[in-house]
Design a protein around this ligand. Structure first.
Ligand code: HEC
Ligand code: HEC
Length: 179
């Protein structure tokens, strides 16, 4: 029985050693995270949006200043983002025939389905097929129906939305198309 006891004692010692080692490693990892990398930005610092970004913007036919085709524009063009202008409505329209930008289509938001009721806002797609505005549209208080007006046809969203960050939902197979 003697050899057995001594072997279990060794086992206990190595367990303690292992636990201590783990604690030391853990503390080292913590302090590595807590300290900002030398000379680099402090990742923990809250983002402060410069007031200079809060400009009024609205898309027009032919403009080519926009970026982010197909992306959710409101990831960046919002209070906690670094994109110029806080967009109230934004997204991207593809040409249903070519798959390229729908350069001459328009997006409207109505109080009623399929272009009925009151027209709240109308936006022109730019040269990249992007549409956007910083104009307040009151969608927080009143849900609205999107409506896309192409050269020859219209397409309406059959239900209301409280978000006009169109590309949040209209991705992949659901990308917005106009014709
Ligand atoms: C990942 C963040 C991000 C996304 C997503 C994004 N943008 Fe931007 N956008 C920016 C930044 C940053 C700038 C400023 C670029 C610069 O000044 O060089 C910018 C610039 C612009 C501008 C030019 C603004 C000006 O001052 O003239 C427009 C218009 C624009 N974006 C529209 C859009 C639209 C529309 C979408 C979605 C289809 C979109 N952006 C998606 C970050 C983004
Ligand atoms: C919360 C998610 C969501 C948002 C935000 C959203 N949509 Fe939709 N939309 C949908 C879904 C889901 C459908 C139904 C998909 C289908 O018909 O295949 C739809 C359908 C549509 C349709 C009809 C599709 C067709 O081909 O006939 C249009 C047009 C449309 N949306 C435009 C817009 C526009 C413009 C915006 C932004 C102002 C917007 N949607 C914002 C989810 C959304």
């Amino acid at each position: 029985m003697q050899p057995l006891r001594s072997s279990s004692a060794r086992g206990a010692r190595s367990l303690v050693g292992g636990a201590l080692g783990a604690i030391v490693l853990h503390v080292a990892a913590l302090s590595a995270c807590g300290a900002p990398p030398p000379g680099g930005p402090d990742e923990e610092a809250p983002f402060v949006r410069p007031a200079s970004l809060d400009v009024e913007l609205v898309s027009r036919f032919g403009d080519a200043t926009s970026d982010g085709v197909g992306a959710n524009c409101m990831e960046c063009h919002q209070a906690n983002g670094d994109g110029p202008g806080r967009f109230s409505v934004a997204g991207t329209l593809l040409d249903a025939a070519t798959g390229g930008p729908a350069k001459s289509a328009r997006v409207q938001l109505w109080t009623g389905a399929f272009g009925t009721g009151e027209l709240v806002v109308e936006l022109e797609a730019d040269a990249r097929g992007n549409f956007y505005t910083t104009q307040a549209i009151g969608i927080e208080e009143r849900l609205l129906f999107p409506f896309v007006v192409g050269a020859t046809t219209t397409r309406g969203m059959p239900f209301q939305t409280s978000s006009a960050a169109c590309n949040k939902c209209h991705v992949g197979r659901l990308r917005l198309r106009a014709q």
